[in-house]
Design a protein. Structure first.
Ligand SMILES: [Zn+2]
Length: 246
């Protein structure tokens, strides 16, 4: 089963790469062939085997020798690892299907924001619809929606008072999704870790690149990493914290 989930992750990862690229170019990702961005040569099925094709072709286009971005195998492999991890955590359940879909959306937002410094609405909104349905079916509707509104409002205030400098409006919408997904009190853990990761990486990049504080660092990857940790270990972190302050 784990092998099946891993291979599923590789294939979904390959599809996510396609979603990221075609969304950026404004193309449909349902129809249309895959082609090399440089020489426009159509790619054959054996050029599109996740990870393997990249390794066999040594990261170069078969037709023109143009370098293929390492994003492709990295996203494929990460999706496979994350999918396998989710399966090991929750087993073969309906929750697994829900979480795999959410993880796929997370991976797209993560890479998209890192690469293009923007979070397309359609990704966040599909996540919000999906988790809203899940909350209605299984969750504590009132408190979870309150968490989502609270998280979103918190980001809205930062966005508003920093005049969009501290974070983008995309993060305000993403915070709503995170609130829905984590509920109370895990939403606090997720957001706190997001800021914590952001502060660490921000400080390191400041020291290494000597970037000034104004240079743009996309925030969604940190928020999503924090949310991921809170999703699977949030309860334990809350318990640990409560045991500290007792
Ligand atoms: Zn080419």
């Amino acid at each position: 089963m784990i092998i099946f989930i891993f291979v599923l992750g590789l294939i979904v990862g390959s599809f996510l790469n396609c979603v990221i690229l075609r969304t950026y170019k404004g193309e449909s990702f349902i129809v249309g062939r895959s082609y090399c961005p440089k020489c426009k040569h159509d790619l054959k099925p054996w050029d599109l085997i996740p990870v393997l094709s990249y390794l066999i072709l040594r990261g170069k286009c078969r037709y023109c020798g143009n370098k293929i971005s390492s994003q492709y195998p990295l996203v494929e492999l990460s999706t496979a690892i994350i999918f396998s991890f989710v399966y090991l955590q929750v087993g073969l359940t309906s929750e697994m299907i829900y979480l795999l879909a959410i993880m796929a959306i997370f991976i797209v937002i993560f890479v998209y924001d890192l690469k293009y410094y923007i979070i397309p609405d359609k990704f966040v909104f599909s996540g919000i619809i999906l988790s809203a349905i899940w909350v209605f079916l299984t969750g504590d509707i009132l408190i979870t929606f309150a968490s989502a509104i609270g998280a979103s409002l918190f980001f809205f205030l930062i966005w508003f008072f920093s005049k969009g400098l501290a974070m983008g409006f995309g993060d305000v919408k993403l915070a709503f999704l995170i609130g829905l997904l984590l509920g109370w009190p895990n939403v606090i853990v997720g957001l706190f870790l997001g800021f914590f990761f952001g502060a660490i990486i921000g400080t390191i990049s400041l020291l290494i690149n000597q970037k000034n504080l104004k240079s743009e660092i996309p925030f969604a990857p940190f928020l999503l990493s924090g949310t991921f940790v809170a999703l699977f270990w949030g309860d334990k972190i809350v318990q640990w914290y409560l045991s500290l302050i007792k």
